[in-house]
Structure formats: C-alpha cells, structure tokens
Design a protein around this ligand. Structure first.
Ligand code: SAM
Length: 209
C-alpha cells in the first residue's frame, strides 16, 4: 500500500501512527511538527491505516464532502493541493473556517453537497479526488451528482455509513444497494469494511465510468 506523499508513520507517546505536518486541530498528539492522524476519529484515516490503496497523493486537488469541523479535511489539506471542503451545518463550518486560517489551500464552503450547482462557480472541475463522508440518506446520489467535478482519471474515496441509509436493514444489504446506485457514475476499484475503527461503514475507492 502506498501512503500519500506527505503522510508518514511517526511515533507519538511510544505508539506508531499515521501523521501529517500542520497545526493541531482536535487535541491530537504532536511531535516535531507532525500531528497524529487518529483512525478512530477519521474514516479516511482508518482507510489509510488499513492499507487500502487510494492513489491519493500530495498536491492532488480535492473536493471533500461532509467536512464537519475539519478533523479529517485538516489532514488532507496538510499534504494536498487546493482542497474544497463542503459542509451544510453552520456550526461546524465556524470551526472549519478557524482550521483553514493556518492552511492556505483549504477552502470551506457552507453548502449542501446534494446541490453541486450552488458551488460549481467556486470549485474547479477536473479535480483529482473526491473524498466523501456525509453520513446522510442518499450517499450514492451525493457522489453521483458531484462526479461532474472529477477528472476522467480522478478517484472517489467514500465512506458509506449503513445506518444513515436505513437503521432497520442489514448493513450488507444497504451497501449492495449503495454500490448499485454508485455504478451509474463510477467503477468500483476496491471496498473494505472499516471495523474496528468505525462500525457498519464500508469504504469504497472508485473511478469515473
Ligand atoms: N468527515 C468528517 C471528519 O472526518 O472530520 C466527519 C463528517 S460527519 C460523519 C458527516 C457530516 O456530513 C456532518 O457534519 C453533516 O452535517 C454533513 N452532511 C450531511 N449531509 C450533508 C450534505 N447534504 N451536504 C453537506 N454536508 C452534509
């Protein structure tokens, strides 16, 4: 597995873990300018920790959907190129704006990821990567409508939360349906469950159809 350039394994308090270089954001351990990327706090951190091949690397342009208060997207913006961070809840966006103060490639957008036409004038097209962690019903549709921003050789890295789609169904059945819908716009390269870091989540790496 290739870690993105700019993401390294470092030792924090005697324990090895993934790290990026940047200002701390969520009370994570730091050492020599590096900050621990906690896989329990971050789906993308768990994806990388588990060795999934994302083909994400330093300098990539990124659309991050479901940025919340910036825990994960802060790590992404530590090594990526322009990173557009979409979040529709105003309260976390306030924190996200603070996170962006020390990251000049991070652009917070208070927008609804189901309505890409509302940020298409800001977000460039031909992006290298979409990272999605929206934890809402219709996760595949969100990925599909945002495909327009991806380069033809771009990648989608998505964490699908089963309970956000339907709390009553078996996660495996939910994931099958989500993958079916994703197939409208993407070809799936790899899937992996995110236990023990995140229960009932499926990580998917895909590329545009
Ligand atoms: N990715 C974040 C991290 O690791 O730091 C955590 C994201 S949290 C699990 C899911 C977020 O998606 C919430 O902050 C929620 O407000 C946001 N969200 C849900 N639906 C959304 C939508 N349609 N547009 C934008 N954000 C959305």
């Amino acid at each position: 597995m290739t870690l993105p350039a700019g993401v390294e394994r470092r030792t924090f308090d005697g324990t090895r873990g993934l790290a990026t270089r940047g200002e701390p954001v969520y009370g994570e351990a730091t050492a020599d300018g590096w900050r621990h990327w906690d896989p329990h706090r971050s789906k993308l951190g768990a994806i990388l920790e588990q060795g999934m091949e994302t083909r994400v690397t330093d300098g990539d342009s990124v659309l991050y959907l479901g940025a919340a208060n910036g825990t994960t997207v802060s790590h992404v913006a530590d090594f990526a190129g322009p990173t557009y961070a979409v979040e529709f809840a105003p309260r976390p966006v306030r924190d996200l704006v603070a996170v962006a103060r020390t990251r000049d490639r991070l652009f917070p957008l208070l927008k609804d990821a189901r309505r890409p036409e509302t940020y298409a004038h800001v977000v460039e097209s031909g992006l290298d990567v979409i990272v999605q962690d929206v934890a809402t019903r219709g996760q595949a549709r969100v990925a599909n409508v945002n495909r327009r921003f991806l380069a033809d050789d771009g990648r989608l890295v998505i964490a699908i939360k089963a309970r956000s789609e339907d709390v009553t169904r078996a996660p495996r059945a939910v994931f099958d349906d989500v993958l079916d819908t994703l197939a409208d716009q993407y070809v799936v390269d790899a899937t992996r469950r995110l236990e023990p870091f995140h229960d009932d989540h499926l990580a998917v790496v895909a590329h545009p159809r």
